[in-house]
Design a binder for this molecule. Structure first.
Ligand SMILES: Cc1ncc(COP(=O)(O)O)c(C=O)c1O
Length: 415
């Protein structure tokens, strides 16, 4: 029944086999890391020295916060619509998270509320480009508050641009991109950090240099799990996912973020560097990023056209955005029962919609570090009204599926 999957959005089997070939033939590992850094720097038009490769984006964020810690400034501002590993990184750095509500218009931090919340305790602001929707006003804040570290959370994109054509990731003092299974490019787990500010680059370099890699067994588990995500990415193999994941679970080879981490405890091997072979896997996708993003954009356009004119929903399509998933928000007047009925009908048709973010600190049930209930009413409301569709290079939905999606929405919202 699982036809839609949200993993390995850019990774193809040929990348994976090439990566295995290089692994078996043991290329010089320093060279592999350099390839990834150079390809990234070319794409963003920056120096390779500005690029740091971590075991995950959250570890990169943690290291940035640790490199920039200042006496008396211990607050980090973050959108009240984010992922638990982001707020946990703030916790591990022994700083406080301050949540600012998002705007329904773009699902990103509300600039007016943000301005009111900035104080002399603010150490850093994390601007998230949620779903790949570019956060537009980062450069203004950077100019206005030079003493505050401006970080872009670009975990959901690899190619979104602002209205005046600047790439997400190049706007703040630093930015981070995730390469976890479900992100625009993937190396299983992994994070790219870009540092646009020279002083910070030096400070990050000194904590980065001495870091270890993930232990061998963890790398093996990440790789085995990645293989399963990849094989089940197309609609024809999706049914295999549950069986293959079950096998890995039983053999202890399934990789998942540790449960304790979702509850706010710092896991072992945190932070680590990205090992060179995984960097090579990322490189293979980044060097084809133009073609990958065009293909994904065509899919987003067809979602937009499929759902166009249907009352009661909001879409966010723009060709400026490189979406990680395609978000569709139900308007406030659509009841929870109707939303549930639409989800059920979609599932019955084999189209399982995604549920990001299902809490202001996603996923529901995880540790809401410093969050005060009711403090981000827009974020809280959006979590119950959001569904997502996959944005991937793999064949998952065809025209019949798209027609079916439209019929389901029309049946519940327009009739
Ligand atoms: C908005 C956002 N930021 C950061 C991250 C963290 O990325 P990583 O899993 O690479 O640590 C995620 C992860 O899922 C995310 O959704």
């Amino acid at each position: 029944m699982i036809k839609t999957a949200f993993t390995c959005n850019a990774l193809r089997l040929r990348h994976f086999f090439r990566f295995l070939w290089v692994w078996v033939n043991t290329c010089k590992s320093g060279k592999l890391t350099q390839l990834c850094k150079e390809e990234t720097s070319q794409f963003f038009g920056i120096s390779p020295d500005s690029v740091f490769l971590f075991g995950s984006a959250r570890m990169g964020l943690y290291s940035l916060l640790m490199s920039e810690k200042k006496e008396g400034r211990d607050e980090v501002i973050v959108a009240g619509y984010t992922c638990v590993v982001v707020t946990n990184a703030i916790k591990y750095a022994d700083m406080k998270a301050v949540y600012i509500d998002v705007e329904e218009e773009n699902l990103n931090i509300d600039p007016a509320l943000l301005r009111e919340a900035i104080s002399d305790k603010t150490s850093a602001i994390i601007f998230t480009h949620n779903y790949g929707i570019t956060c537009e006003y980062i450069v203004d804040f950077k100019k206005e508050f030079p003493e505050i570290l401006i970080i872009e959370d670009a975990a959901h994109t690899f190619g979104s641009v602002t209205k005046d054509g600047q790439l997400a990731g190049t706007l703040g003092d630093a930015s981070f991109f995730s390469m976890e299974y479900s992100k625009p490019i993937t190396s299983g787990m992994g994070g790219i950090i870009i540092v646009n500010e020279a002083g910070l680059r030096g400070r990050l370099e000194s904590c980065y240099e001495g870091l270890p890699y993930y232990p061998k067994m963890t790398r093996l588990r990440i790789l085995a799990s990645l293989k399963i995500h990849l094989f089940s990415s197309s609609r024809y193999n999706a049914f295999l996912k549950r069986w293959m994941a079950g096998f890995l679970y039983v053999t202890g080879l399934l990789y998942k973020s540790p449960a304790m981490e979702l509850q706010g405890e710092m896991p072992g091997h945190y932070p680590v560097k990205l090992s060179p072979y995984f960097a090579y896997l990322a490189y293979l996708q980044i060097r084809e990023i133009g073609a990958i993003n065009e293909k994904k954009d065509r899919l987003c356009q067809s979602y937009f056209n499929t759902l166009k004119d249907i009352p009661g929903i909001k879409q966010y399509y723009s060709s400026d955005y490189n979406f990680v998933r395609y978000p569709v928000l139900f308007e406030r007047n659509i009841t929870g029962e109707k939303i549930l009925a639409i989800k059920d009908d979609l599932k019955r048709s084999g189209i399982v919609p995604g549920e990001w973010f299902n809490d202001v600190v996603h996923p529901k049930g995880s540790y809401r570090y410093c969050y005060i209930d009711g403090s981000c009413p827009v974020g809280e409301s959006v979590t119950g009204r959001m569904i997502n569709f996959p944005v991937t290079v793999h064949k998952q939905l065809n025209q019949r599926d798209l027609n079916r999606i439209r019929q389901i929405f029309v049946k519940h919202l327009a009739e």
